[in-house]
Design a protein around this ligand. Structure first.
Ligand code: 13P
Length: 283
């Protein structure tokens, strides 16, 4: 069934856990994410990032996401991830998405506030929650272009988080505290104390971007301090790629692409199973 962003975040708050927010630009990722959520009967967010328009357009994969979420036995949010224009968020809502992130973090501060505020107004009229972003997160959410380390100078300041949330009315806040999008090329320097301060100053749940590639301890320590939504993509898709490579190596005479997608789906599902057991403290 479809649930709202606030419902998912409330669940996380009441259980002191984190909600997995999985980028699902392909059917392999989407089916894996939903199967794992159903296996443990936990709420989960499936999301489509604007940078993944090159993989599948939101008008193509979006209706599939919405339909599978509607008929699921567990609660799923269908979320626009890193919408870079108000228009893109509206394209998501038009195909049935019920939650959105507006990413104005590369805009001048006042423009980020104004455009995020505009998205909040559109979403509120529909009863949907909105995630905003403040602070620059290195790398792109499509898993490439990351230097693999965060620049301490770009970490979000708690006083800025407080002002941004007050000015925009966002439901949750993505900010910079040491994680990066894409592959980690160095050990991430997560500032746990900063997470706690951002949560306190902003007064809303904190969203971790660049969530894949961390240890269970790192997730749980972040959750303890106020992270409630964990955005996750690169390492799940990499697990799929590694499995597909193995098929090519082990069975060089394979002649159908489906042999790769079947192996990839299994590997993605196993990767997400580990994540969900950690985030939701499944014993
Ligand atoms: P990773 O691809 O680094 O896991 O980040 C995903 C993300 O933050 C999507 O918004």
């Amino acid at each position: 069934m479809l649930i709202g962003l606030r419902d998912a975040l409330d669940f996380a708050e009441s259980r002191n856990c984190g909600i997995a927010a999985i980028n699902t630009p392909t059917l392999e990722l989407l089916l894996s994410a939903i199967r794992v959520a159903e296996r443990y009967q936990v709420p989960l967010i499936v999301q489509h990032a604007q940078v993944h328009e090159t993989v599948n357009a939101i008008e193509d994969i979006g209706p599939v996401m919405v339909e599978l979420a509607r008929r699921s036995s567990t609660g799923l949010v269908v979320h626009v991830d890193h919408g870079e224009t108000v228009d893109y968020v509206e394209r998501g809502f038009a195909v049935g998405f019920n939650s959105a992130m507006f990413d104005g973090s590369r805009l001048p501060y006042d423009d980020n506030v104004a455009q995020t505020r505009a998205v909040v107004e559109i979403a509120t009229a529909r009863g949907y929650g909105v995630e905003g972003e403040l602070g620059v997160m290195p790398g792109r959410e499509d898993g490439v272009e990351s230097k693999g380390v965060a620049d301490q100078a770009l970490y979000t300041r708690p006083e800025d988080a407080a002002a941004f949330v007050a000015a925009t009315g966002v439901t949750a806040l993505a900010c910079s505290f040491g994680t990066v999008h894409g592959l980690y090329k160095a050990v991430p320097k997560i500032d746990y104390e900063l997470i706690r301060e951002l949560r306190r100053a902003g007064g809303v749940p904190i969203v971790m971007h660049g969530g894949s590639g961390l240890s269970c301890d790192e997730y749980r320590s972040s959750i303890e301090r106020g992270v409630r939504k964990i955005n996750y993509y690169t390492y799940a898709d990499k697990a799929g790629l590694d499995a597909a490579r193995k098929v090519l190596d082990d069975q060089p005479d394979t002649h159908v692409f489906c042999d790769l997608t079947v192996a990839a789906t299994k590997a993605i599902e196993a990767n997400l199973d580990d994540l969900v057991r950690c985030l939701y403290r499944v014993v």
